[in-house]
Design a binder for this molecule. Structure first.
Ligand code: FES
Length: 110
């Protein structure tokens, strides 16, 4: 089933949740830098009307962080480094080819 009533072709949610209790959190890593990196690429391609990257709270996959999720597919990515942003952007966001090596498999044990 396809949904043609989407505001964005791709909507990227990037966890920037920060914990100060010593537990792992994406924001304590480099979540905000990931937001900036995706926004820079979106702006450089001038596709702001079709693709949105935004800050998000905890995505409930903290052990895999820094984490993002891309809709409409609902694909979660794990342990994203700044160096991975370009690949996700070119492959998944621009060419609809998810980056398999970075996908979270929910069959993995948390
Ligand atoms: S702190 Fe990022 S997924 Fe929970």
């Amino acid at each position: 089933m396809t949904n043609n009533n989407l505001k964005f072709k791709k909507h990227i949610f990037i966890c920037i949740n920060k914990r100060t209790n010593g537990n792992k959190s994406c924001g304590e890593a480099h979540g905000m830098a990931l937001v900036d990196a995706f926004k820079t690429l979106i702006n450089s391609k001038k596709i702001n009307a079709e693709v949105r990257a935004q800050k998000a709270g905890c995505l409930d996959v903290c052990e895999f962080g820094p984490s993002i999720v891309v809709y409409p597919e609902g694909i979660f990515y794990k342990q994203i480094g700044i160096e991975d942003v370009q690949e996700i952007f070119e492959s998944h966001i621009c060419n609809n080819q998810p980056v398999e090596r970075l996908k979270i498999s929910f069959n993995e044990k948390l």
